[in-house]
Design a protein around this ligand. Structure first.
Ligand SMILES: Cc1cc2nc3c(=O)[nH]c(=O)nc-3n(C[C@H](O)[C@H](O)[C@H](O)COP(=O)(O)OP(=O)(O)OC[C@H]3O[C@@H](n4cnc5c(N)ncnc54)[C@H](O)[C@@H]3O)c2cc1C
Length: 398
């Protein structure tokens, strides 16, 4: 719920708009295309600090830690950033959402004091949950953490860790009790990525980018003070991290798709082809464009309901995630079709643009990623069926 009155919100919107006009780097797409890792990190860090100086970097954090915006203000902020085509905070995503919400909910005061200000100063985090054989079935994870003196010795392998090649710290799940039932023997750690024995290997993706990595852990020592929550209770803490993937992050993505992605699509359809006709002159194209706009309106309505609801239903976040990711695929599929051969020759896209940059083939390939993290579409459908519709539960075997 929010306390901002309509007048206050109008004033706030005008301020954000003015800020966007004067602060968003005009050439950021060019500055983020075909750049080195170091240039990408520098750009993202500078942009984070610009947003921070304006009070826009972590609006969802509590006031005492540098946030404190009302929900309605956050909605306005994301609407305006999307409308002004601002770069996304790709690099800080796990830090400001996953890490911060976990520390706030389950960290010790010492851990919060150590890390929240550091995140504001640019500390980068990744998330080491998935493993070969433990993705959807996360509780099957095999990485072990053996108690040794004042700490733990960790061995194992993590997979698909977004941004791990740039990360200073990792949210790590490891098995501390191999004899307990799967979910009861897992602990949650804060891992310093510079600890000896941590080996990060980026994975090359279909788009040519490397967005995520494998992390190999060999006799890595983690002090016991970096345990989050009680030993063996990491599963419960991990639910907090996973919950942070939903909510406002979806709202931001939905606004960007509706405001940015759809604008690229309209522009594409309105551009005259070699014979002078525009794709939009074809009524079938116009019809499909209109359908997508209606679907986007539906997505925004779902998001608005999700974030405004103090007590969301058990499947609400899954409905939004499923709808967003599949709509993103339909939009980029349509863009690829309309752009035709030109889409196949566009081989570069800005790195922090998200999945709706207007480089249609790359956006389309990239859109498939989104149906996987945070629970695949199949898993979301199971959640919606079981928790939303009350259908019989899938046998889990644990
Ligand atoms: C872009 C991206 C970023 C990611 N970032 C991170 C990250 O930062 N940190 C991290 O830890 N992980 C990350 N992941 C990993 C992600 O969480 C896993 O890929 C995901 O949980 C799926 O697990 P899996 O790949 O092992 O597939 P599997 O679980 O092996 O699934 C394979 C297929 O089987 C289906 N399936 C599996 N079980 C069921 C079932 N019970 N019912 C019906 N169908 C089922 C799945 O839906 C899928 O289609 C990322 C993944 C992507 C694509």
């Amino acid at each position: 719920m929010t306390t901002s009155s309509p007048d206050q919100l109008d004033e706030f919107r005008a301020g954000v708009r003015e800020w966007c006009r004067t602060h968003i780097p005009a050439q950021w797409r060019r500055a983020q295309t075909d750049v080195s890792d170091a240039e990408f990190v520098r750009f993202q860090q500078d942009w984070f600090q610009e947003l921070r100086a304006a009070g826009f970097a972590v609006p969802h954090w509590p006031k005492q830690w540098g946030g404190g915006m009302s929900l309605a203000e956050q909605v306005v902020l994301y609407q305006e950033l999307a409308a002004h085509d601002a770069p996304r905070l790709v690099l800080a995503f796990v830090s400001i959402h996953h890490a911060a919400s976990t520390l706030l909910a389950a960290g010790t005061e010492e851990q919060r004091q150590r890390h929240l200000p550091a995140i504001l100063n640019g500390e980068i985090w990744c998330q080491g949950f998935s493993e070969p054989g433990a993705g959807s079935d996360m509780a099957a994870l095999q990485t072990t953490a053996r108690r040794a003196g004042d700490g733990y010795v960790v061995n194992g392998q993590k997979l698909w860790a977004s941004g791990a090649m740039h990360a200073d710290w990792c949210l790590l799940l490891a098995r501390t009790d191999p004899n307990a039932p799967k979910r009861h023997g897992i602990s949650y750690f804060l891992l310093d990525m510079r600890t000896p024995g941590v080996d990060v290997r980026p994975i090359r993706q279909a788009t040519g980018e490397s967005h995520f990595c494998e992390i190999f852990l060999e006799d890595v020592t983690i002090p016991a003070t970096r345990l989050v929550g009680p030993e063996h209770a990491g599963w419960r803490v991990a639910q907090q991290t996973l919950g942070a993937e939903r909510g406002m992050t979806m709202l931001e993505l939905a606004e960007r798709l509706g405001n940015g992605g759809f604008r690229w699509l309209v522009r594409l359809c309105a551009r005259p082809g070699p014979g002078g006709t525009r794709p939009l002159d074809d009524p079938l194209i116009g019809d499909r464009l209109a359908t997508l706009e209606i679907e986007l309106t539906g997505l925004r309505a779902l998001c608005a309901e999700l974030v405004a609801n103090d007590h969301p239903g058990p499947a609400d976040a899954s409905i939004v995630k499923l709808y967003y990711s599949e709509l993103l695929q339909r939009m980029t599929d349509f863009g690829t079709e309309v752009a035709g051969l030109a889409a196949h020759t566009e081989l570069h896209k800005p790195r922090s643009s998200g999945w709706e940059s207007g480089a249609w083939m790359l956006d389309f390939i990239g859109s498939w990623e989104w149906t996987i993290p945070g629970g695949t579409s199949e898993i979301q459908r199971t959640i919606i069926g079981e928790r939303g519709l009350g259908l019989p539960r899938e046998p889990t075997g644990h």
